[in-house]
Design a protein around this ligand. Structure first.
Ligand SMILES: C[S@@+](CC[C@H](N)C(=O)[O-])C[C@H]1O[C@@H](n2cnc3c(N)ncnc32)[C@H](O)[C@@H]1O
Length: 296
């Protein structure tokens, strides 16, 4: 039986089109092209795939992008976006639109074999790019209690970070995500209640951020995104948790405003969030925040 195509419903698609405002012939850089939902909508408006570069660090996403856009003339780049931006800077390429739709995709969460989810047992992996050496197992079974507590507190904003780190170290070796989730729930003194977030949510987020250096990638890439914009070019960034959104908000504020050397005009004073209807049809959209700006 043929393998079915993994799917990912793009979030805030109408709003992304509104703020990027694609026009025929314009160039497009998608830094997290994933399964190509946003890219397809934008390229159908620009009708200029040869002016597009589609980046992703995940091999399954790249396979799908190649199938969908491989023959169109779009440049498809299997890399994390920091290196991709450095490469594009080396080629002096600029873009009329740049999109970063951060975080993991639905197929990441749905495939228990990738280890992103605490809902089904899977390996301690969590790498978006499986060519990378560092995985969740190295953190969970190798980091000191203090290092673990620091990651869980900083990247998960978890108030019980110290107790969870201690429980993880005592339970070693931990072999899978199911075992890890149980250890976290016990350490957090969790009693299941309907509608309550799973107690492992914050810790899993923290480990995932550390494995993939998600905040480091974003922080170092933001200035490079700005440099890759053409005159009048538009940048849109969708984040899914407050740590990312804070970095984006601060960066955009720093480069916009009324000073003579401000390079950006803010297009969104407040972050744009999903409508009730979108959240009902795609619960992932619940925490999405879109910010956009335009090169002056
Ligand atoms: C939310 S999904 C994007 C979905 C996409 N907009 C679509 O319509 O299908 C995020 C994607 O970004 C990729 N990703 C996350 N961080 C990345 C990074 N630093 N560099 C490159 N790709 C990254 C993930 O592998 C994932 O495929």
């Amino acid at each position: 039986m043929p393998k079915s195509e993994p799917t990912h419903q793009p979030v805030l698609i109408r709003e992304v089109l509104e703020y990027l405002d694609p026009k025929t012939g314009q160039s497009y850089l998608d830094l997290t092209a994933g399964y190509g939902g946003h890219a397809a909508a934008i390229l159908s408006a620009t009708k200029a795939p040869e002016e597009a570069a589609l980046v992703d660090r995940d091999d399954n996403a790249i396979e799908t992008l190649r199938r969908k856009f491989g023959k169109s003339g779009a440049l498809i780049v299997h890399s994390e976006f920091l290196s991709a931006l450095e490469r594009l800077a080396g080629e002096s390429r600029r873009f009329d639109m740049i999109l970063a739709d951060l975080g993991v995709s639905s197929p990441h969460l749905e495939d228990s074999g990738r280890g992103f989810s605490f809902n089904a047992p899977g390996p301690l992996d969590m790498r978006m790019d499986r060519r990378q050496a560092m995985d969740a197992g190295q953190i969970v079974n190798g980091y000191s209690e203090a290092e673990l507590a620091d990651i869980i507190r900083r990247y998960g904003e978890e108030p019980k970070a110290v107790a969870i780190a201690r429980a993880i170290v005592r339970a070693r070796p931990i072999t899978d995500t199911g075992q890890l989730a149980t250890i976290i729930a016990r350490a957090a003194g969790f009693r299941a209640r309907r509608g309550k977030t799973h107690p492992a949510t914050r810790t899993f987020q923290a480990i995932r951020i550390a494995v993939n250096d998600e905040l480091g990638q974003l922080e170092r890439s933001l200035p490079l995104m700005l440099d890759r914009l053409s005159a009048g070019g538009r940048l849109a960034i969708i984040s899914f948790h407050s740590l990312e959104d804070r970095l984006v908000k601060r960066f955009l504020a720093e480069h916009s405003g009324n000073t003579y050397d401000a390079r950006l005009k803010l297009l969104t004073k407040r972050p744009i969030t999903a409508s009730h209807d979108e959240i009902v049809s795609n619960p992932r959209a619940r925490s999405a925040k879109l910010r956009a700006a335009q090169q002056k």
